[in-house]
Each structure stands twice: as structure tokens, then as C-alpha cells.
Design a protein around this ligand. Structure first.
Ligand SMILES: Nc1ncnc2c1ncn2[C@@H]1O[C@H](COP(=O)(O)OP(=O)(O)OP(=O)(O)O)[C@@H](O)[C@H]1O
Length: 317
């Protein structure tokens, strides 16, 4: 059993803080990431996501607080803390005048991976990420998506237990995005803990077990995407259309309806009580001899939750 296996938490951050001159980039944040989780750090530009990731991966040191990676303190035992981690940084870090294969072998040497094992693993990773045929070409001829896939392969060569990714699919095409997210899911199924920063709500929603939303250096909310959406967006929207379409405005005065507005031939109704509002709409249809053509509830999105939190709205789990 690896040493890392003894620790329940992959990351425990306690009052982690970083300032640059008079800017408080990260303002004493505390959170933990459990083993086996995919954890997403979200937030608008300048919220402090990259600074947090850079402190956790030992690129910069915190001014205050501390963090432990699989129980190893990042300030006092940085090498132990980094040993079981793989890092995909925000900006590409492959050597452009070396081939993909040479970059991978270099990474193997850095991490002390035995040569024959590094070669086997490099082949598997390049194959899975669609780069095997290009393995002997210099990285300078690679597209952005190919570079990002290579960097992921490099970060995975020594089979880390915890993978950090800063904006892993930002600006990439659909093919590279799918290869990368597919690989992340597969790794996670195999037990790898994943910590990523992203602007992409849809990606966070699909991939992450839990997300933290940062705002001005602080964590404004932390929860599963589902609970975050439900807790923040207590109002539900119901879309309904009738035949014949020209319903009068009495619909808006039905009990339980917060608001009703027309959008083309549809009504968009907001309510806190979906069940009784649907019953009221059906009764309204019967009473006015209107056939209901479409009736559907629209779930709140993580985008809405994100905007609410980052614009300063409250969050109560
Ligand atoms: N090396 C640095 N020197 C000076 N200020 C910095 C440095 N790195 C970050 N900052 C500042 O710290 C704050 C947080 O930046 P950070 O890059 O962590 O945000 P972010 O959430 O990752 O943003 P983005 O989504 O744009 O990448 C910003 O105000 C930024 O300008």
C-alpha cells in the first residue's frame, strides 16, 4: 500500500493566504478535497483560482496558512507533498524543440520512473490521447490542443494519485476537449483525485463531484453542483404554451405564481412551488378550454448559481 493511501483527504487547506504588493489574491481560505473526488475551483477572472493552485502545487509559497497534500505539509515537506501529484499548469510547459516522446522521457527521468516502464507508459498515454503517430515530431509544430494533451500525458507519466489542472480545456477544440475530459473520468474511475480550475460551468457541472466558487480571494460557496444549483435557485421556471395561443393575462394571477411573462407563443412562469403551480395551470386550461401544447419545468443551471454567488448573492446550503 502506498503511503498516500493512509490519508482520507487528498488536500486540506487551512487559512491559505497570498498577497502580491497590496493585492490580496487569496484571502485565508480553508477547504478540503477528499480522496477520489473531482473537485472544481470556479470563479471570475482574478478571483484567486490560479494563485490557489500554484500554492498547492508548490510553485509559489503562501504568505499565511498552510495546506497538506495526502498529509504532507506543503511548506515544511514540499518534496513529499509534490511526489504523488501531477500538474497541468495554465500555460504550456513542454519543450518545443524536443519531440513529444523526448518530453515524456525527460519527465520520466525527473520523476525517477524506470526507463522501460516510462516507455511503456508513454506509449499507452500517447495512444489514449491520440498522439502516438506524432510522437517523434517536435512540439513546436503541435496545435494548442495537441500540446495540452501532451502536457496531460507528461503529468500522468509517474501515475500520480492527485492531478492538478489549471483551465485544462480552455480554448481547445471539441476533439481535444473530449479526449481530455474522457481521460479525466477514466483516471477518476481508477481512483485518481482531480483538482481543476475552470471557467467552463458546463464542464464543472458534468465532471465535478464538488465545486468551490471563489470571489475576490475568498470561497463564496462550496458544494456539489446539484446542491449549489438547487440551494441558490429556489425559484423554478415553468414553460407552458396553449392552443389556441392567445391566452389572456389572467394566468399571471393564479395562486402560487411569482411572475408570468410572454415569450412568443409561450408563457414563462416562475414559482417556488412547482407541484401546485402545475395543478393550477392544468385547471386553468380546463376552465378556459385551452389545450396544453407544451408544459415543462426548466432546471436552474450552474451558470445561474455561479452568477448569483459571484455577484454577491447569499448562499445557504
Ligand atoms: N505574480 C503576480 N504578481 C502580481 N499580481 C498577481 C500575480 N499573480 C496573480 N496576481 C493577482 O492576484 C489576483 C488573483 O489572480 P489569479 O490569477 O489567481 O486569479 P484567477 O482566478 O486564476 O483568474 P483567471 O481566471 O483570470 O486566471 C489578481 O488580481 C491578479 O492580478
Amino acid at each position: 500500500m502506498k503511503e498516500a493511501d493512509h490519508h482520507q483527504d487528498a488536500i486540506i487547506a487551512t487559512n491559505l493566504r497570498k498577497t502580491f504588493a497590496d493585492i490580496v489574491a487569496v484571502d485565508s481560505i480553508s477547504f478540503s478535497v477528499k480522496r477520489g473526488e473531482i473537485f472544481g475551483l470556479l470563479g471570475p477572472n482574478g478571483a484567486g483560482k490560479t494563485t490557489t493552485a500554484r500554492m498547492l502545487t508548490g510553485v509559489i509559497s503562501p504568505d499565511g496558512g498552510n495546506a497538506a497534500i495526502f498529509g504532507y505539509d506543503i511548506v515544511h515537506t514540499p518534496i513529499r507533498a509534490k511526489q504523488r501529484c501531477g500538474v497541468v499548469p495554465e500555460t504550456a510547459n513542454a519543450y518545443s524543440d524536443l519531440s513529444a516522446w523526448q518530453n515524456l522521457m525527460l519527465m520520466g527521468e525527473l520523476y525517477g520512473v524506470p526507463k522501460h516502464y516510462a516507455e511503456e507508459r508513454a506509449k499507452t498515454l500517447l495512444g489514449a490521447l491520440g498522439l502516438l503517430e506524432r510522437k517523434d515530431q517536435k512540439v513546436q509544430g503541435f496545435s494548442k490542443g495537441m500540446k495540452q494533451r501532451l502536457i496531460l500525458a507528461m503529468a500522468l507519466l509517474h501515475e500520480p494519485d492527485l492531478l492538478f489542472l489549471d483551465e485544462p480545456t480552455s480554448g481547445l477544440d471539441v476533439q481535444s476537449t473530449q479526449l481530455i475530459t474522457g481521460m479525466l473520468r477514466e483516471l477518476n474511475d481508477g481512483g485518481t483525485t482531480i483538482f481543476l480550475t475552470t471557467h467552463n460551468m458546463e464542464e464543472a457541472n458534468r465532471l465535478c463531484n464538488r465545486v468551490a466558487i471563489m470571489r475576490k480571494g475568498e470561497i463564496a460557496a462550496i458544494d456539489s453542483p446539484e446542491r449549489l444549483k438547487m440551494a441558490i435557485e429556489r425559484l423554478h421556471t415553468i414553460e407552458v404554451s396553449f392552443d389556441p395561443a392567445g391566452t389572456d393575462d389572467k394566468l399571471a394571477s393564479l395562486p402560487g405564481i411569482k411572475s408570468a411573462r410572454r415569450e412568443g407563443d409561450k408563457w414563462m412562469i416562475t414559482t417556488e412551488d412547482v407541484d401546485s403551480t402545475i395543478h393550477a395551470i392544468c385547471a386553468f386550461g380546463v376552465e378556459h378550454q385551452l389545450k396544453i401544447e407544451v408544459l415543462r419545468t426548466l432546471a436552474p443551471t450552474l451558470d445561474e448559481a455561479f452568477l448569483r454567488v459571484t455577484e454577491g448573492g447569499s448562499y445557504e446550503p
